[in-house]
Write a protein that binds this ligand. Structure first.
Ligand code: GRF
Length: 234
């Protein structure tokens, strides 16, 4: 049991800066959840390191400002991240959501938004970090797979876990079907996790993120929407 002190995270404002590199289906889910009223937030800016990222079209269609900067134009990670922070501040973003952003972020960005940079990863971390996590999970032979929303830190897929959701792996699953089923879950869990952070009252003790009872209930709801419960919870 950790003896580190418990601290309550400050409640951030509700303006999101979403960082993408590609397809943008998580961005789309966030925008849809905001439009339907299930997430009380506003996407202030969508930033991409790739001008060809499909997600930029999704942002434009939704009337959200976009910014593109190639990391190749910067000498190091720090100067690139400083330019991202500038864009995020210009648009008054309060919280940063990494949504398929294929870059490790440096302390320059993390310190500009302390406890307010989230990432989503398609595995139950700490298992299966890095690329093609659902394929790694299927090939390993796990029976439960899922996804994780965590606070970002300077290393890939290692920050403190905010929320996880699990699904059973089926005998008939393929790389494609498991990836798709996990992605569907991602689209629900990310908005849920962002909502928890924006609603405030989240506490941290070392790596552990402590959720209030209401937040725990919200997290549990993920398993009752759509996908059947994981076998351990049935
Ligand atoms: C998602 O699987 C996310 O978990 C991972 O990258 C993928 C991005 O997909 N970090 P999309 O661009 O949101 O469709």
């Amino acid at each position: 049991m950790t003896t580190e002190p418990i601290r309550t995270l400050p409640t951030p404002g509700r303006r999101l800066g979403v960082l993408i590199s590609g397809r943008g289906s998580n961005l789309k889910a966030i925008l849809d959840n905001i439009a339907s009223g299930s997430l009380d937030a506003e996407v202030a800016i969508v930033f991409s390191n790739r001008g060809k990222a499909k997600g930029l079209e999704i942002a434009k269609k939704a009337g959200v400002p976009t910014a593109v900067l190639s990391h190749r134009a910067f000498p190091d990670r720090e100067s690139y991240d400083a330019a991202i922070v500038e864009r995020l501040r210009e648009h008054k973003a309060d919280v940063v959501c990494l949504a398929g952003f294929m870059r490790i972020v440096s302390p320059v960005l993390l310190n500009a938004f302390p406890d307010r940079v989230l990432n989503i990863h398609p595995s139950l971390l700490p298992a299966f970090k890095g690329l093609d996590a659902p394929c790694q999970a299927l090939d390993y032979g796990v029976r439960i797979a899922g996804c994780t929303v965590h606070f970002a830190d300077e290393t890939l897929d290692t920050g403190p876990v905010l929320l996880q959701a699990a699904i059973p792996v089926r005998d008939e699953d393929t790389h494609e079907s498991l990836t798709t089923r996990i992605l569907t879950l991602e689209h629900r869990i990310y908005s849920k996790a962002i909502g928890l952070l924006l609603d405030g009252g989240i506490r941290r003790q070392g790596r552990r993120v402590l959720l209030s009872e209401a937040a725990e209930r919200a997290a549990a709801e993920i398993h009752t929407e759509g996908e059947r419960k994981p076998t351990y919870a049935q």
